[in-house]
Design a protein around this ligand. Structure first.
Ligand code: SAH
Length: 247
């Protein structure tokens, strides 16, 4: 069950509760967020190679405990980071005392941030979130609305393929027990072509799709041409988000 039109929020409360339950261990590189720790340097470098982060205003949507938000801030970006999990945001704020970095963390929905700061950001990052929201098209619209014209969107998510089912669900949740069972729902995974369609409808132009490789055994991550499991995607706001969502 999730709240959509009725409650006005594009969020599944169970998803938020699941991530909040992991909050205390978010910064433990050997805890449940371990894959995110391992992927973080590669995805941060990928963003940094496409955008001069120094002084850039960046929104990190669905920031969790702040692994990417802090990495972006460390590279000189002015980061506003939002999540609907109160506990993950508490942990993200606490960690700033340890890192000495500065990030504007908020418990806020993407819709609220988009309404509060339309076209307010040079770039928006939304990593490992879209597969957890009830209405991905609405999320993409919010992300587009936050971007200034010419601004860049950076996303990462899981493809809907047998390989992704094997790696992200069977492998990570059942065989290796690296992620809690129920972390991912196969039917909610999006193919790059499906995500590209949502982007187009939101006035965004697809620039790049890259595979994000990961070996949980040696904990190495790398960019690749293999997009069948996890992939990174970048797009640019060229148009105005249209009012109507794709059917
Ligand atoms: N982007 C971070 C965290 C990914 S985990 C990273 O890649 O390191 C997914 C996060 O999305 C969790 O923190 C969860 O609380 C958050 N989340 C899930 N549904 C959400 C929604 N509808 N709106 C905002 N955040 C959401």
């Amino acid at each position: 069950m999730h709240t959509t039109a009725a409650g006005g929020a594009n969020v599944s409360p169970q998803e938020i509760a699941r991530f909040d339950s992991l909050a205390a261990r978010w910064w433990d590189p050997d805890g449940e967020s371990r894959p995110l720790h391992d992927l973080n340097p590669v995805r941060t470098a990928w963003v940094a190679a496409r955008l001069d982060l120094r002084g850039a205003r960046v929104a990190d949507v669905g920031c969790g405990g702040g692994l990417l938000s802090e990495a972006l801030a460390a590279a000189g970006a002015r980061v506003t980071a939002i999540d609907l999990g109160e506990k993950v945001i508490d942990i993200a704020r606490l960690h700033l005392h340890e890192s000495g970095l500065s990030v504007d963390y908020r418990v806020q929905s993407s819709a609220k941030l988009a309404a509060a700061e339309p076209a307010g950001f040079d770039a928006v990052c939304c990593m490992e979130l879209i597969e957890h929201v009830p209405d991905p098209a609405a999320l993409v619209h919010d992300l587009a609305a936050m971007l200034r014209p010419g601004g860049q969107l950076f996303m990462s998510t899981l493809n809907r393929t047998p390989a992704a089912f094997g790696a992200a669900i069977l492998g990570a949740e059942y065989v290796m027990r690296m992620l809690p069972r129920g972390t991912h729902h196969y039917a909610q995974f999006l193919k790059p072509s499906e995500l590209a369609r949502l982007l187009r409808h939101a006035g965004l132009e697809l620039e790049e799709v890259r595979g994000l490789g990961y070996n949980p055994l040696n904990r190495k991550a790398w960019l690749s041409r293999f997009t069948a499991v996890n992939y990174l995607l970048s797009a640019r706001r060229t148009g105005t988000p249209c009012d109507r969502k794709p059917a």
